[in-house]
Design a protein around this ligand. Structure first.
Ligand SMILES: [Zn+2]
Length: 440
């Protein structure tokens, strides 16, 4: 080029760029240069404008740019069960309300429920979600079509599924899913047995073998409640964590969703294994499951990410609210306001979740070579003014409603609070219609 500048597809500038690198590199003001799906540079705007000739520029003089948020555990299509049954214990909630409603599910319900959830997630700054549900093929389809990044897995258990039928067919379904999506740039597949109380040791071991074969994560609910731990002790003479260890499944491949009711020995086993934890504080509070020992797990070096769990037990998918809750729950749980400070809390929803899901080489941090998954927060608002510390505002003052623009894989999926990649009104209309059918 005559200018001598390197052509790139997009340059974003903002009042702040938080890279979320472990060294906490912050630029004020800052810019991010993007070519195709990747970040090519992060730095001061004058440096990047001197180096690059962007085809498109997005200037946010009152904007804060950070990595896209990563929801490490959800059941996206449960967005259609939001508010269906509240204020009940987990076992009663699952057995009397959720499992019966799920027997009426269809692939279409899952597809539109997932699209509804993706709309909510993108508009509130989530760029990757890890989903456990039925008809995971339709979840994958919804993720592929909407432009979001996802880790999907078919939920597996010992009883027949309305999707794949008899339990044995679940493993074949999961294997086919692995093969179908193996080379997709944004959709990853994991093996996802439901829990130790719904899956036999044989099924769990078969799941572990399949995860090993395809080099994917093995993801399950684990030690979610004291009731689950007591039940597992009675049945197998071991805590859920020790039970998995006995089965040879406690490895760096494992993601333990919830991990609330943990003994010291459980925590040591988790730390020694390299397994990760998906912390879901609002679901744990709403179902009164307890407080996960996140500060202790982090101190022991256990990778911890942040999830919302399904919409029926939260009841939203707003990760900025979840970060706020996570920080405050650690403090009140131990009556110690110094626990899980803002920087560490925000790390859970970015590089923490990325590491737990095995995506650390792709997303979670803004740096050259990683995927251009990022979010712009609109700072020009009363509740975000003045600003002394951007980490403080993101964790304790901002919500998903402050998200202005969202990129995934270098594509602008939300711009100035408008969803660009699919039809929001069609999705809302379908969701209302499906809810009418469910109710009748
Ligand atoms: Zn869950």
């Amino acid at each position: 080029m005559a200018s001598g500048k390197e052509p790139i597809s997009l340059l974003l500038t903002g009042a702040w760029v938080l890279t979320m690198d472990p060294d906490q590199e912050v630029f004020c003001p800052g810019a991010v240069a993007v070519t195709g799906p990747e970040i090519v540079a992060v730095g001061p705007p004058e440096e990047l404008t001197a180096r690059y000739a962007p085809a498109r520029t997005l200037h946010y003089p009152e904007g804060l740019i950070l990595p896209g948020l990563i929801n490490a555990h959800t059941h996206a299509a449960m967005s259609l069960f939001r508010g269906l049954a509240d204020d009940l214990p987990l076992e009663e909630w699952l057995n009397s309300h959720i499992f019966p409603a799920e027997r009426l599910l269809t692939g279409d319900f899952v597809y539109w429920g997932t699209k509804l959830a993706v709309a909510e997630m993108l508009l509130s700054g989530t760029t990757t979600f890890c989903d456990m549900y039925l008809w995971a093929d339709r979840v994958a389809q919804a993720a592929a079509e909407t432009g979001i990044r996802a880790v999907v897995g078919e939920v597996l258990y010992d009883f027949p599924s309305p999707n794949y039928g008899p339990p044995a067919a679940g493993l074949a379904f999961s294997e086919a899913l692995c093969q179908t999506w193996q080379y997709h740039p944004r959709v990853n597949v994991a093996i996802q047995p439901h829990a130790v109380y719904t899956c036999s040791p044989d099924l769990l071991q078969a799941c572990g073998d399949l995860a090993e074969k395809y080099g994917t994560r093995l993801i399950m609910h684990l030690s979610e409640t004291p009731h689950e731990v007591a039940d597992c002790q009675a049945r197998y003479g071991a805590t859920p964590v020790a039970h998995l260890s006995n089965l040879g499944l406690l490895t760096g491949r494992l993601v333990a969703d919830h991990a609330v009711a943990l003994t010291d020995a459980d925590q040591e086993l988790l730390a020694a294994s390299g397994a990760g934890v998906a912390h879901c504080p609002e679901s744990n509070m709403k179902l009164a499951s307890g407080i996960a020992p996140v500060s202790e797990l982090l101190a022991r070096g256990v990778p911890v990410g942040l999830g919302t769990d399904g919409c029926a037990s939260n009841n939203n998918l707003d990760l900025l609210q979840e970060v706020d809750t996570a920080a405050k729950l650690q403090k009140v749980g131990k009556l110690d306001p110094t626990l899980l400070p803002a920087r560490a809390a925000l790390a859970l929803a970015t590089r923490g979740s990325a590491r737990v899901l095995g995506l650390a080489g792709e997303v979670g941090v803004l740096k050259p070579g990683l995927k251009a998954d990022l979010v712009v927060i609109d700072l020009n608002q009363p509740h975000l003014t003045p600003l002394y510390d951007p980490f403080s505002h993101l964790v304790y003052a901002a919500t998903g409603a402050d998200v202005q623009t969202v990129l995934v894989h270098g594509q602008v999926l939300v711009q100035d609070r408008q969803l660009k990649s699919f039809d929001l009104n069609e999705t809302l209309a379908r969701a209302r219609e499906l809810a009418r059918q469910l109710k009748s």
